[in-house]
Design a protein around this ligand. Sequence first.
Ligand code: GRF
Length: 186
Amino acid sequence: MGGLAVLVSGTGSILQAIIDYPIKVELVLADRDCLAADIAYNAGIWTGHVYRKDFDPIESNRIKFSAEILNYIREHDCDVVAMAGFMTVLSHNFFEGFHGITLNTHPSLLPKYKGKNAVRNALLRGEKITGCTIHVVTLAVDSGRILGQSRVRIRKDDTVESLHERIKAKECILYPKIIKHVLNSY
Ligand code: GRF
């Protein structure tokens, strides 16, 4: 069984679901101060920060940022990386240097609504169904091999927040299952 690193930036609901599944998490890395990092620390997981603000502007320093993330993952001997609401795109040196698999959960039914406003855009487009997608992370954002999807019906009175909460509830069920399956194959 492989070692798991989780990358976070947000409120940590998905990280919490991974911990509760239960799945052993070797390492959590955050790119900012966030609730997810507090959850990891309080759960006794080795928790580190690679502050994105230290690599400003990220557009010119993405390679250095990605190298730092890669260093931690190597030090902790992880072969599966799960992004869980991680908001920084990693560059080619990460994918060239990391020989395991990187997974992500995205709050839309990919290939529809890539990028960071996925929930808002599905709502604005008047979709009736959206959902979440678990996929392999590649250099091209939100475009790697799809490992699983869950559908969520959009209600007439939904706001971005209410819809995102129901999508997250689905992510919290599907993502840990897929992570466990992938870890078992390492
Ligand atoms: C999830 O919906 C994920 O798909 C998106 O950000 C959310 C993470 O939320 N990229 P949290 O930080 O786990 O609460």
